[in-house]
Design a protein around this ligand. Structure first.
Ligand code: ADP
Ligand code: MG
Length: 453
């Protein structure tokens, strides 16, 4: 990136809520599974005379999500109509929340492993709002027609809007990954980007460093993978800088990411911006959120991913290992084991946690490994066969070391006269006599003790 400029990024993310039924009807919230246009009730198709009913579970999920993002909960959220015409929206409007969202003014602290896989980085993102809405249907483009599938109509969504606090494509990706972990741990969404459970619109502008006003914002719509978010933003930042450097001006517009060409492509300019004519939804009452509901939701709140990472660091795990375990969904198990048995070494736990799903099993296994002083090889054998090989304990190694010191008398002499590199050779001789079953570190320790006597 051109050193003279800096990027400003704000994200709008749609998270599909994992409720039993749809946002305003009792239709199954399982549109992915069904044949096109089979998972629809008259309401989903916008038939006249149908009326929406609010899904209580969706409201609970919304409150849970807003709390997890540090938002203030609105005591009286409401729904509004967002009007626009599109073939996948039979009602001609989407029920959303514009004036009174479920939550506002949140904040998320993110720490993440930088691209070099070594450095821990941290930043904060303000959450402007979390509001609830219903999804529209889907258009399927074939060779000679465009087909409409209304299964997805009415799927509950939480839309999360961030402040323009994000400073790089890498941070944008890290934030989205953290958001995914958060909504998964509280259990409100499967949040699989590839499956469209989580979709992101990325707003980005650039400005000369030191300038306080924001540059012109461009929105890249509907990005469906973490990798694409990073790539689309990097491309778009470069493009905007190039336009400005060439003496040109940017206009507010909406673009799309084209993976094939690796570029963003203009979809609509400023003149194409839509007036949604928002007004309060007359068919739905406001929702009264009691302080008691908020407290109950707060009580149900599990440990946040950042808190788990902090505990893992305290337990002695390296940050880079923490990130790996987190990616493999094993961090909670590793930390639970370290919590239960504080005598176990963090590194040992981290090395074995991938092979276990239950805390009790892992602890039992590791305690056996430690009690019997098993080498990595012996531990692996024990894991595979259940047999404990005890032939290479301290006592046997000491005996072998003694033998080697006698048979390698000359080498020992040269070592003591300053040829330090011969130490490795002596370790090798002992290892060979144990058929490689001993722990090299243990052999080295015993050997060194004997040689300095
Ligand atoms: P709009 O009215 O066009 O929807 P908003 O003010 O609601 O714009 O912001 C939408 C998103 O764009 C938010 O995530 C916000 O943080 C982000 N955003 C706003 N201004 C900028 C800017 N100049 N550069 C980058 N992102 C921005
Ligand atoms: Mg907006």
């Amino acid at each position: 990136m051109n050193e003279k400029y800096e990027a400003v990024i704000g994200l709008e993310i749609h998270v599909q809520l994992d409720t039993k039924s749809k946002m305003f009807s009792r239709a199954d919230n399982a549109s992915e599974m069904a044949e096109p246009n089979t998972n629809v009730l008259p309401l989903c198709m916008g038939y006249p005379g149908t009326l929406p009913v609010i899904n209580g579970q969706a409201i609970e999920f919304g409150i849970q999500g807003a709390l997890a993002l540090g938002c203030k909960i609105n005591p009286m959220p409401r729904f509004d109509r967002k009007n626009y015409f599109y073939p996948d929206l039979p009602k001609g409007y989407q029920i959303s929340q514009f004036f009174h969202p479920v939550g506002e003014h949140g904040k998320v602290k993110v720490d993440y492993l930088a691209g070099d896989r070594k450095t821990k980085k941290e930043f904060e993102v303000g959450i402007t709002r979390l509001h609830l809405e219903e999804d529209a249907g889907k258009l399927v483009h074939t060779k000679d027609a465009t087909l409409v599938d209304l299964n997805r109509c009415g799927t509950p969504l939480a839309e999360i809007v961030t402040e323009p606090d994000i400073k790089s494509p890498e941070e944008a990706r890290a934030f989205l990954q953290e958001l995914q972990r958060i909504v998964r741990v509280i259990g409100i969404s499967k949040a699989d980007m590839e499956k469209g459970h989580m979709r992101c619109d990325a707003n980005v502008s650039v400005r000369p460093k030191g300038q306080t006003e924001f540059g012109t914002k461009i929105e890249v719509k509907n990005i469906n993978s973490f990798k694409f978010v990073e790539k689309a933003l990097a491309y778009e930042i470069g493009r905007q800088i190039e336009v400005l450097e060439g003496g040109g001006a940017l206009e507010q517009s909406t673009r799309g990411w084209d993976e094939k060409s690796g570029t963003t492509v203009e979809q609509r300019g400023k003149e194409g911006s839509i007036d949604y004519r928002y007004f309060p939804e007359p068919d739905l009452p406001p929702i009264y959120v009691d302080q008691k509901d908020i407290e109950a939701a707060q009580k149900k709140m599990p440990e946040m991913p950042s808190q788990l990472r902090a505990r893992a660091e305290q337990a002695g795990l390296s940050y880079n290992r923490i990130a790996e375990l987190q990616d493999g969904n094993k961090l909670a198990l590793a930390v639970a084991v370290l919590d239960t048995n504080s005598k176990l070494e963090a590194k040992l736990v981290a090395n074995w946690v991938d092979k276990f799903d239950k805390e009790g099993d892992l602890i039992k296994f590791l305690e056996t490994v430690v009690e019997n002083n098993l080498s990595a090889t012996a531990a692996q054998k024990y894991f595979e066969t259940g047999e404990i090989q005890t032939g290479t304990g301290d006592i046997e190694i000491k005996k072998i070391v003694g033998d080697v010191l006698i048979s390698e008398k000359d080498t020992v002499e040269r070592y003591k006269n300053g040829e330090e590199k011969l130490f490795g050779y002596l370790v090798g001789q002992v290892m060979a006599k144990t058929q490689g079953r001993a722990e090299p570190a243990l052999v080295a320790r015993i050997l060194r003790e004997r040689l300095t006597k």
